[in-house]
Design a protein around this ligand. Sequence first.
Ligand SMILES: CC(C)(COP(=O)(O)OP(=O)(O)OC[C@H]1O[C@@H](n2cnc3c(N)ncnc32)[C@H](O)[C@@H]1OP(=O)(O)O)[C@@H](O)C(=O)NCCC(=O)NCCS
Length: 175
Amino acid sequence: MQPPPATANVRVRRAEASDLDDLVSLEQRTFDSDRLSRAQYRRHLDSDSARVLVASADHRHFLGSAVLFFRKGSAVARLYSLATQPDARGKGIGTALVEAVEAAAHRRRCRMLRLEVRADNTAAIALYERQGYRRTGFLEGYYEDGADGWRYEKPLAPGQGASLTRPATARFSAA
Ligand SMILES: CC(C)(COP(=O)(O)OP(=O)(O)OC[C@H]1O[C@@H](n2cnc3c(N)ncnc32)[C@H](O)[C@@H]1OP(=O)(O)O)[C@@H](O)C(=O)NCCC(=O)NCCS
């Protein structure tokens, strides 16, 4: 696959079955434990209680993904997973995905987004805090490997359903 051009539009869209290979490969590259399997991704793509989003540059280059869960009768949505390709980090992809997740939750009439993050994940914590998430709880030994976590929440304001397209601000390297 050709690398994305120097300046490319990052678009966040709903994942499709044709994204499965990219989703699973990013999951395996990114997470050592608590991984979503291919079968789980396949189920989430078709499920009304999940939304899988994909960030791509110029419609082709797979840059990252996010998984959002809904619970019937609940106004709280859960951001379960967020990942950017290692060589595309620090260029606003994660932020664009979080904004798209918030818009998707807002469209489902959710009032709150909740997430858990490993206590040692400084990059993700910085991103969430900059996006207005507030720490609401400590999760001792929460992860499969025994790592601690933090719970974060953000109330979703009216008008959250803004555009899901934003220009990239930096040069991409081949993904
Ligand atoms: C967390 C993650 C999704 C961020 O994605 P990204 O595309 O790099 O995010 P952005 O470019 O939008 O960065 C937004 C902010 O994140 C923080 N950040 C990103 N990379 C960082 C790094 N290497 N070190 C510290 N902070 C970092 C910064 O606050 C950054 O803001 P800045 O641009 O003003 O410096 C990405 O690092 C990743 O995939 N990590 C592995 C998976 C993971 O930890 N997921 C989250 C838990 S489920």
